[in-house]
Write a protein that binds this ligand. Structure first.
Ligand code: ATP
Ligand code: MG
Length: 431
């Protein structure tokens, strides 16, 4: 662990014995003065500790700068550890010196600040306890995802963010001017991963995807982090097994290694048992109808329908075999029932809904051309993608998991934008 400008982090100092000498560097989280003694709560990346500042130890001039320093000023404190039951955590630092490194006057974020104000000031709000906890949980979820893929024989592959054609529908494409030609920001790395399976078989990537989502919802960002995998030789069952392993590991790793952070958020999270229940789209429609959702067989599952279904289960639930009409052209039709495709969504519980979408891909050249035409798309745009079906094609499948939706579920967040440091939505591109 690096310790720049300090001998200890706050959480380390809390564990030291009476009389230990420390040099701490951090920010003023709270401050109050009682009978000429200044009590500062110093915050750093690991936690916080109380610092007691008195004239006899530090002299009049440093006492004055401590008194004048506003909340969120950065400070370096040298002092001695004292055990005192009145201090938070039973430990405090009696300061011998206090240097204000960066002043902070009238820190704009106060208790009770509104949602929009906090979003406008996200660059500062990241310092809050709750954002600290969320960022740590997100990092843990990301680490767990990589860890799972890396220890299960997957190779990571990076795909371009600037692309020439749509993967998902054209309605959510961000167009860019690429030296006078049209190009787009990628909606998914799926096609590139499909190319890579012919070399590496089981592959994954974790990178941003971009979608011009025009509706305001609690589960759509315009830029989100996409955890995607493709597996050569995998059928629909294989896809579900991989998703189950990945999501199960992400959930249990965060529950275990992010326990302190979850507690800060007031979140009780029990990682779900595997295997996850599997139901067909037909059954999902029945459940939604029974719960009064307005849905007909053939419609994609609306937010309300997904919510109704996910509330039926206390773990994530797989919904497989949607109608062909509700899904993108590359999904493999079910040979025993051609009106549905071999796809699967994973719905997270508590009404969160879809966090993963995937399935078996069409590996037959003629069938893929036919589906591209049926959807009114241009075969020319998919020339290289079709090549993959011309030279040693294999059955294969894969999926995409939304990192923010998964973090939203695990951390129990009311809105997806809480799950990303700097959210991008239809109405927000700053900070
Ligand atoms: P939805 O129907 O909810 O808009 P989708 O079916 O378009 O999602 P997929 O194309 O299956 O989504 O993408 C795979 C995963 O990527 C989704 O399950 C979700 O977790 C995530 N995802 C998709 N779009 C977004 C978005 N706009 N913001 C955040 N995450 C997203
Ligand atoms: Mg989907």
């Amino acid at each position: 662990m690096f310790r720049f400008s300090k001998t200890h982090y706050a959480s380390e100092a809390l564990g030291l014995g009476e009389g230990s000498r420390v040099r701490l560097a951090g920010w003023i989280f709270r401050k109050r003065e009682l009978g000429g003694v200044i009590f500062i709560v110093l915050r750093d990346s690991t936690g916080s500790i109380q610092v007691v500042v008195r004239e006899p130890e530090i002299g009049p001039s440093q006492l004055r700068s401590a008194r004048e320093a506003g909340l969120e000023s950065s400070i370096i404190v040298e002092g001695v550890i004292r055990k005192d039951p009145r201090a938070p955590g039973g430990t405090e630092v009696l300061a011998n010196s206090l240097e204000v490194v960066g002043e902070s006057d009238n820190y704009p974020i106060r208790k009770g600040a509104g949602e929009e104000f906090l979003l406008d000031n996200r660059h500062l709000h990241l310092r809050s306890r709750s954002m600290w906890a969320i960022l740590r949980i997100r990092a843990e979820a990301l680490r767990a995802a990589r860890e799972w893929f890396d220890s299960n024989g997957f190779t990571s592959v990076e795909a371009p963010s600037i692309v020439g054609a749509a993967v998902e529908g054209g309605a959510t494409l961000f167009e860019i001017n690429y030296f006078g030609k049209k190009a787009y920001l990628t909606q998914s790395s799926q096609f590139y991963l499909e190319a890579a399976i012919f070399s590496l078989e089981n592959v994954y990537t974790i990178q941003p995807s971009f979608r011009a989502e025009k509706s305001r919802t609690r589960r759509h960002l315009t830029e989100f982090w996409h955890v995607e995998a493709e597996m050569a030789w995998a059928d629909l069952n294989g896809v579900m097994e991989v998703v189950e392993g990945l999501v199960g590991h992400m959930a249990s790793a965060v529950a275990e290694r992010g326990a302190e952070e979850l507690e800060i958020l007031g979140r009780r999270f029990d990682p779900p048992d595997t295997p996850f229940p599997r139901i067909s789209y037909d059954e999902a429609v029945d459940i939604a109808k029974r719960k009064g959702v307005d849905i007909e067989w053939g419609d994609d599952l609306s937010t309300e329908a997904e919510r109704a279904v996910s509330l039926e289960f206390d773990s994530p639930v797989f919904v497989h075999r949607y109608p062909k009409s509700a899904k993108a052209f590359y999904h493999m039709p079910d040979p025993s029932r051609p009106e549905v495709v071999l796809c699967v969504d994973l719905l997270a519980p508590e009404g969160i809904g879809e966090i993963v979408g995937g399935g078996q891909r069409i590996h037959d050249y003629d069938l893929l051309v036919q589906r591209i035409r049926e959807e009114g798309l241009n075969v020319e745009d998919y020339k290289w993608y079709l090549d993959l079906r011309k030279y040693g094609s294999v059955p294969h499948g894969g999926f995409g998991l939304g990192l923010e939706r998964t973090v939203r579920w695990i951390a129990g967040l009311p809105h997806i934008r809480a799950a990303v440091p700097f959210p991008r939505t239809i109405t927000r591109v700053t900070p």
